[in-house]
Design a protein around this ligand. Sequence first.
Ligand code: ADP
Length: 575
Amino acid sequence: MEHPGEGIIKPLKTISLFWYRRICEMTLFISLIIVSVFFAGLFMEDRTATLLLVPLPAALIAGVCGIIGLISYLWAPAKYLYQIAFGNYLLLTATVGMLITLTGYLDSPYLVLWMLLTIFAGLFGKLGLSIVFSAVNGLLLYLVLFDNRSLSREFLIVYLLALEMPLVISYLIWNDRDTQEKHKTQAFDALAKQLSQVADKSEIVINAIDEGVMAIDAKGVIQLINPAAQRLIGWTREDALGLDYHSVLKLSDNSGHDLSDGQSPVQQVLISNRSLVNNDLTLTTNSGKHMLVSLVISPVDSGNGTSNGAIVVFRDITAEKQEERQRAEFISTASHEMRTPVAAIEGYLGLALNPNTAVIDEKARAYLMKAHEATQHLGRLFQDLLSVSRAEDGRLIPKPTTVDMTAFMRNVIEGVVLKAQQKGLTIYFKPGSDQQGSRTISPMYYAFVDNGHLREIANNLLDNAIKYTLKGSITVDLKGDEEHVTLSIADTGIGIPPEDVVHLFQKFYRIDNSDTREIGGTGLGLFICRRLAEANNGKVWVESSYGKGSTFFVQLPRVDHDETAEPGAVTSAPS
Ligand code: ADP
């Protein structure tokens, strides 16, 4: 079988498998003719009378050529194609030449075989052509000088047609091919050089990257590891290459448990063919040292939706996390410490504003009202900062209990209803009610959640709904399926532009437009809601229509009332 691309890219002094096979066939064919004629001659009565006389040595050599042709046709030795084909070709050419000299030179019927052979001479390049050319012209000289042949017209025609023309044809055919081959070979060399330069450059880049880089194939075997990765995990390239990644990239979770195969982010990328980022895992080095790592794992797409492997880029973030923790601690302590004097100021301002405890004129009242509002805002800001730092430094550990959501939300709403009324807003709460005849049945919704966290989420969302609604109403509802309870808080407020929705739950994100500019806030409330919901195995999201209103959803794990261990364990009021 011919290899794809065979004969397109190959160095000189070689021969493609295709042409090698054709040479073998031609050799076999000519050898068979010679050997057959030899055997036919054995049965003739007057053997000397025939023009086709084949002597035994010629038949033997032709036989050998035929056998070599057959064997090498069947088992082509990749390394020596050119040498074998050329050797066999020369041997057979010499045999046919010998037959021609024995059977009347230019009158010999073997000239036909000679012509056939000569056409292939160019396949062996200049060497092949010049050998045959020397033989042909040597014969001409011999015939003219020693055999006293006259250069008659017939002689010259036969000579030119049978001996010179095939050589010219051969030259034309193969020289053209040879030039093409040379061009292709040059193109091949240039391409190979370019590829190797690109490979060198990639290697330089990968080696220079200060982050650990590992390439893992679809079977999980490490195929590449850069110096930074070797330094970080303490494995040498020689030791790590070819090993299963589990033994080199030892990952464990926050609580120090080794990750199972299903939890391994590399395995997840190999299966899902999707990139993954993880900043919460610990890596154990070869010497047993633990470090917190940031991992970015990208699949090597095979093109048909499956993964051919994965590229793991990782770095040590132990120091970063440490700094983050210190920063969060500082913010937390500062907020905590400042909350007390702010609360005191707020209290005294309240006393000053109370006509039962202080007498002030109207001007002073107006100033103190403003100061009171600003202090309240400051108090909320400190509270938010405290919650953010708790969420960020891992101190946000929920203590979930079974919460009767209907009673709980009724309680939370009672706390904000005054504020809503002051703005002329109505709050509706008819959780998932189901009208059956004259009776309204409200299903029971129990969520498994930390009630302090739930209070903060619900208060934040209700505060926002009131804050960002100028007129209309707020509707609180509860829905549920087998596994979840979903709280929704819908308002008829200013709504959220679609381009802001994706960023809404990020830290310090505030929508800055003419609708919100006058409304104060920190941009932390929704971020806190998201972190609290996630910590309780839930999630928050929003659906909004700009200018018409927004609905915020909070989904939490649902439990059956029966699942509550102790009858008194259900929480119905915010703590
Ligand atoms: P803030 O303290 O600014 O209210 P949040 O994180 O609670 O911070 O909200 C982030 C931004 O989302 C707000 O600045 C506001 O623009 C927008 N937003 C939040 N809730 C609503 C809502 N119910 N209606 C319209 N916009 C809202």
